[in-house]
Design a protein around this ligand. Structure first.
Ligand code: C2O
Ligand code: CU
Length: 529
């Protein structure tokens, strides 16, 4: 196995991803950042220098398990001290499983600020995947806000009844299009002819099959994704092979990745739209656009049709149908342990703490406190259809202590928010592990009845799973990776507002810590041996 070395400088730069000029965070001047390519078994080394003058940074390798290197998971405040201005930190980890993964900042609202990208891990030599294709392509989806992340963070933390609102644009591979007002054009802040915001195009050769890797690192939005008039066959999800199924439209939540196969089998004398649209929340963001360009047409020849607007935003049933269609490929089924040692039920609610809105699991919002967190909440008596009560919510950063190598079930239970008749989708992401998705359901989880519907035959293993409005999601995992790990909602604003837990398993088995993670800033030289 080889070593893939990346030298990254993180700095601010003015960018116009949707033609509107704003300050963003970049890696070597780019947002999205460079794709990391490696082969299963390789070691990846990222030498990261923080060249921002006023802000710390930490980067998480989303979907990489970090076996024996839990300290390089990149979660500020959990696995490392942040990388301070002027400092350099070397992330060194093995990519032990092929597939499509992501990386992103794990500090403040820095994903929203633009620090994100792909990690693509190819299969080992001699191994063949259970599908074939001619070419590989990748598409990363993002929602874009024009306001600064400092303003957003301040409003979320210190303003009652304030919310960030919907994004201004959807970006496909970092490109979108905002409909600038005349005054924005005149003041020079918005320029529709800026080449930075010309649409992304994917050039295809007629009759060839493309493997498209699609990832989302949205700050808020759940998305639908379509290639006009083309079917997609889903073959991979978060690094696991999927029993193939065909769809016109792919739903994708923040933190999820998919591979789909697309055959360029339509009329090759024209181009087609690639579109992405907001679902799950009532959208006010225009469709994100890119071009599926049939060679040899000019790549910016616009398709003669109107861009597709995707499925209805509130068609939760069809989202749930897609989630349930995602099963492990029949040749790659890994059966889950038949029983679990512990069940943790996490009631998802929105709460006020000291008058400011937060998100909580079992009424504990991840902030600063050391009270032990509960394995459940009085869910039997909790009305998940009523406005969240808020009364007992507290801040907590205590951790769940989980027996090493034990099997744990987590039942995510959704509920109403602080607004009447309103419940939101939350994509939960686990660090350091994949889990089996045992089932989804609507309403309140019933442990006698609903556990009977669990899929023990061919459940998919993933690192991210959606929890739908007023529903429940059940997952199972083995706590077989020594370390301290986050499990949280991947909506960056929700995580920022406390929607997550920290768990620990086998910390006594964590080896000798590298000195580079001991402390940060100038005091590190004093505490390092
Ligand atoms: Cu991709 Cu903790 O997240
Ligand atoms: Cu959430």
């Amino acid at each position: 196995a080889g070593t893939q070395f990346y030298d990254w400088e993180v700095r601010y730069a003015y960018k116009s991803p949707d033609c509107y000029k704003k300050l963003g965070m970049t890696i070597n001047g780019e947002s999205p950042g460079p794709t990391i390519y490696a082969q299963q078994g390789d070691t990846v080394v990222v030498k990261l220098t923080n060249s921002m003058t006023t802000e710390n940074v930490a980067v998480h390798w989303h979907g990489i398990r970090q076996h024996e290197t839990p300290w390089y998971d990149g979660t500020e405040g959990v696995t490392q001290c942040a990388i301070m201005p002027g400092d350099t930190f070397n992330y060194t980890f093995v990519v032990d499983r092929s597939g499509t993964y992501l990386y992103h900042a794990h500090y403040g609202l820095q994903i929203t600020a633009g620090l994100y990208g792909f990690i693509i891990v190819s299969v080992p030599n001699g191994f063949s995947e259970p599908f074939v294709y001619d070419y590989d392509g990748s598409i990363i989806l993002k929602d874009l806000y024009h306001s600064s992340t400092y303003e957003q963070a301040t409003n979320l933390s210190f303003k009652a009844n304030s919310w960030i609102g919907e994004p201004q644009s959807l970006l496909i591979n970092g490109r979108g299009r905002f409909n600038c007002s005349a005054s924005e054009v005149n003041s020079g802040v918005c320029n529709a002819t800026n080449p930075e915001c010309s649409p992304y195009f994917l050039t295809v050769v007629p009759e060839k099959t493309y493997r498209l890797r699609i990832g989302s690192l949205t700050s808020l939005s759940a998305l639908s994704f379509e290639i006009e008039d083309h079917n997609m066959t889903v073959v991979e999800a978060d690094g696991s092979f999927v029993e193939p199924f065909v769809t016109k439209n792919l739903y994708i939540n923040s933190g999820e990745t998919y591979s789909v196969l697309v055959k360029a089998d339509q009329n090759s004398s024209r181009n087609y739209w690639i579109t992405t649209n907001v679902v799950s929340r009532e959208p006010s963001t225009p469709t994100g656009l890119a071009i599926f360009n049939y060679n040899p047409n000019y790549h910016y020849k616009f398709p003669p049709t109107e861009p597709t607007t995707g499925p209805l935003w509130n068609d939760t049933d069809s989202q749930l149908d897609q989630s349930q269609a995602i099963k492990a490929h029949h040749d790659f089924v890994q059966a889950p342990p038949p029983i679990s040692d512990r069940v943790i039920v996490l009631l998802n609610t929105q709460n006020l703490i000291n008058g400011y809105p937060h998100w909580s699991a079992n009424n504990r919002s991840l902030t600063f406190d050391q009270n032990p967190p509960p394995d459940t909440y009085d869910i039997e008596n909790y009305d998940i259809y009523d406005v969240s009560e808020n009364k007992n919510a507290i801040s907590s950063n205590a951790i769940y202590r989980i027996g090493f190598n034990t099997t744990v079930d987590i039942i995510l239970q959704n509920a109403n928010t602080m607004k009447a008749n309103h419940s939101e989708t939350h994509p939960w992401h686990m660090h350091g592990h994949e889990f089996w998705i045992l089932g989804y359901g609507s309403g309140k989880f019933d442990k006698v009845h609903d556990t009977k519907s669990y899929n023990f035959i061919n459940p998919i293993m993933r690192n991210t799973v959606p929890l739908y409005p007023y529903g429940w999601t059940a997952l199972r995992f083995r706590a077989d990776n020594p370390g301290v790990w986050l499990f949280h909602c991947h909506i960056e604003f929700h995580f920022y507002m406390g929607m997550g837990i920290v768990f620990e398993a086998g910390v006594e088995k964590v080896g000798t810590l590298p000195t580079s993670i001991m402390g940060c800033g100038k005091t590190k030289d004093m505490i390092r041996p």
